[in-house]
Design a binder for this molecule. Structure first.
Ligand code: SF4
Length: 337
């Protein structure tokens, strides 16, 4: 007989760091474009896997000397390589027990429109039957993780787990097997210190909040400026991007969503494993938050040495006047062999 315990043990054996299970009923009230019940209407359980972002993936960015590991392995590598392999094996394991399993990887075709409108934009595709949402349904992984009892929304809107704080990525698997659900997380990880907002380049509001209700629980977090987040995380802040080319016109990227393609050109750093360069290294929402959670002893995953050892860096471009950055980096595989 397939049980929650068996699924969790096998998922961890395969490489998932955390596993939570939610009944599909906890998605009641979700916008239809984000409701996983439209992906697999007969599903009874939503299995959520978390893959930690090892702290060392951020080391080079924290020091300001090596930027490839986080984008390649902390973003693209987890989302596009590691987690799909684990999901396939777990899917087959569940299907070997006679139940269907529909994986929802942390990869989705993103329409070329602003994030804040894309879930509800009727122009992005056509529903195939009356009463169905426009495909693709975009499952909100944070909502799924909350419903599966894995932690809580931080003030930053980044999902926090008691084990790793903000350092993990999630995937979802839907199955018609009825598995024992985890209770909603009742602890408190985020203390609303707002260091995430202070460390962010203006995308996380210090004062305005938004909220949603999941399974009767209210989740509140800062209002997020998606355009700023989207531009800044991939190198749109001159102080935090040593590769930014001298011809960059950041105002154009910052002011319109359409400025983003030019940013790819000006950012100076390539996509790695298909992911946009995450040059900024999640400065406020992940690194500053992690430092705070570590300092206040709120995480169960402990390290011998602390993560932050010196004041965070910022480039003073006035000291580099006349020193142009012209070279755009490109990806070379196996270079230096
Ligand atoms: S930095 Fe502070 S306020 Fe922001 S998410 Fe982390 S604990 Fe919460």
């Amino acid at each position: 007989m397939l049980t929650a315990e068996k699924v969790k043990n096998y998922a961890k054996q395969l490489g998932a760091d955390l596993v939570g299970i939610s009944p599909m009923s906890r998605f009641e009230g979700a916008p239809m474009e984000q409701d996983p019940r439209y992906i697999f209407p007969a599903a009874k359980s939503c299995i959520v896997l978390a893959f930690r972002i090892p702290r060392g993936y951020l080391r080079g960015i924290e020091e300001g000397t090596y930027f490839a590991a986080y984008t390649a392995m902390g973003y693209g590598g987890i989302n596009q390589i590691y987690s799909p392999i684990v999901m396939r094996e777990l899917t087959c394991y569940i299907e070997d027990h006679g139940y269907e399993c529909a994986p929802v990887p942390n990869i989705y075709p993103c329409p070329n429109i602003p994030f804040e409108t894309q879930e509800h934009d009727p122009g992005r595709s056509l529903p195939v039957r009356e009463g169905l949402p426009n495909p693709d349904v975009l499952v909100d992984f944070r909502v799924a993780a909350y419903a599966a009892g894995m932690g809580e929304f931080g003030y930053s809107k980044v999902f926090l787990t008691p084990e790793f704080g903000p350092l993990q990525r999630f995937v979802v698997l839907l199955t018609d097997a009825e598995l024992e659900a985890d209770p909603i997380y009742e602890g408190e990880i985020c203390d609303k210190c707002k260091l995430c907002a202070r460390g962010c380049s203006g995308a996380i509001s210090m004062t305005e909040t938004e909220s949603i209700t999941i399974a009767g629980h209210k989740c509140e977090y800062a209002k997020l400026d998606w355009l700023k987040c989207s531009v800044n995380y991939r190198g749109g802040v001159a102080e935090h991007n040593p590769f930014l080319t001298s011809d960059a016109k950041l105002e154009e990227c910052q002011s319109t969503y359409c400025g983003r393609p030019q940013l790819d050109e000006w950012c100076g750093y390539p996509k790695l494993y298909g992911h946009n360069p995450a040059i900024e290294g999640a400065r406020g929402c992940m690194r500053d938050c992690y430092v705070h959670l570590e300092q206040t002893g709120r995480l169960t995953k402990k390290f011998v040495n602390k993560f932050r050892t010196q004041k965070p860096w910022g480039i003073d471009r006035s000291k580099h006047v006349g020193q142009e950055v012209r070279s755009k980096h490109r990806l070379i595989e196996g270079g230096g062999e």
